[in-house]
Design a protein around this ligand. Sequence first.
Ligand code: HEC
Ligand code: HEC
Ligand code: HEC
Ligand code: HEC
Ligand code: HEC
Length: 347
Amino acid sequence: MKRRGILLLMVLALVVLSGVGCANNTPAPDTNNNNNNQGDVQGNQQQTPKDMNVAQIIYDQWKGSAHATAVEENDPENSPALREGGGCFKCHNGYGFELNPDTLEGIGILKGQSCDTCHTKYGHDLATSGSVEIPLGTIKGGKGALCIACHNGRGKEPDQVKAPHHSVQTDMLLAKSGAEVEGFDYSTHSHAGADNKCLACHMAADDNTIKDHTFKMNKENIANSCGRCHDFDSFNPTARDDFDGDGNKEGYQDEVKGLADMLEKTINEKLGDKKFESSHGKIVFTDAQGNALDAPPSEEVYNAAWNLLFVRYDGSNGVHNPNYSVQLLQQSYKLLTGEDVPNAKMK
Ligand code: HEC
Ligand code: HEC
Ligand code: HEC
Ligand code: HEC
Ligand code: HEC
């Protein structure tokens, strides 16, 4: 552990020294990651080829990811990275995260989630301790505790006013914060038990043992992510049943998308000439003239809208929690229409 820590610091220092940000002319160090998978489930004994420039590869991967820029970086006045109210800067400003302060004082820099954000100070502490305090409680997530610190629903619960935040991935994984129907038994799912949570899929080591720093799910690397537990070659593997009732057993993600579209259509039918949207942290319903209503037309409609946004913002189209995603959408449909999703297998 210690050796790896030192190795990493050296890499980081050299990345900075070589001025990777502006020029690629200084050769970055080669880190020969011997034994770095010991203890991992996959037990991949392969080594990084000696001539491979790991720091440069990781830098390039990160540079192409959304973490490399802050949300609305070109509009600092409106960027959540420089907004104190609501604590936006704590997740949206990598510098704010590292220092973990209560206020913006002294944080004039607008930056996304850089190497330092995850590898030094607060980020380093979280990944090492494997535990993080979020509004849902104390979560044990291994190295994934780092991701969970930002990618959580911020304690928002359906309350007839609020909209879910875009970062609900942890809540979805743990089957929390959906607008649940009373009396229905929602199930959790085994993906919550994946080693190091988010990392198991999003940062799987590639064939050269480099831990993926694109952070997005990488199709090329599917054998090392999903492939450790399943034998399919798509993020959209054929579902066991037809959950949206369109007469086909499609890919699981397509079933979830089908259900979401169906629920959206049903909400819109209920609303007639009214509309809804997520705006400034609230679900806003408007009348035919575009004026905001004082309250949602009904509790069922608001809850259905919450679940629709919740599933869509999660961004995995059901993979994070196959059961919970389908159950939330199906039960919302049932509550709105009084019947099961026609021709579908109810989960
Ligand atoms: C607990 C951490 C956290 C806090 C606090 C937080 N956010 Fe976020 N926010 C995120 C994450 C993580 C994402 C990206 C989610 C994704 O890509 O799925 C995000 C996404 C967004 C997006 C969408 C960006 C896009 O690319 O479409 C906006 C806008 C946003 N946040 C605004 C805010 C504002 C305004 C505040 C403060 C009121 C705030 N956030 C507070 C974690 C947070
Ligand atoms: C969003 C968080 C995050 C950011 C940003 C990030 N890293 Fe990482 N990095 C991690 C995590 C988590 C691991 C540990 C993965 C593991 O052990 O499974 C890691 C591992 C590494 C490793 C060890 C690689 C290996 O194969 O064991 C190196 C080197 C590294 N990062 C360098 C960098 C550099 C350089 C940057 C910036 C260009 C960067 N990281 C940005 C989270 C991050
Ligand atoms: C300091 C807060 C923070 C941490 C820590 C963090 N993220 Fe993010 N992440 C964000 C924000 C904010 C965004 C949205 C950025 C944007 O849209 O510009 C984001 C975006 C993403 C995306 C979308 C990527 C893309 O290129 O579209 C993925 C996937 C992701 N994060 C996964 C992770 C994983 C996995 C970890 C842990 C290794 C992690 N994040 C750690 C704040 C964080
Ligand atoms: C079981 C594997 C798995 C686990 C565990 C997992 N993810 Fe995902 N995640 C996926 C897949 C698959 C997708 C959808 C990718 C696609 O369709 O291209 C996804 C999508 C996402 C997205 C949306 C990316 C985008 O392009 O908009 C974010 C953000 C994200 N995951 C973050 C996380 C975070 C944070 C965690 C931990 C709390 C996590 N994931 C845990 C597999 C996983
Ligand atoms: C750490 C092991 C692990 C990893 C990694 C993993 N899964 Fe799973 N997954 C499971 C387990 C366990 C189940 C529940 C048992 C089952 O339904 O087969 C499951 C169930 C599923 C289901 C639901 C199947 C159904 O019909 O109910 C889908 C879809 C799924 N996983 C997709 C993925 C995808 C896509 C990836 C990669 C991004 C992935 N999983 C990575 C362990 C894993």
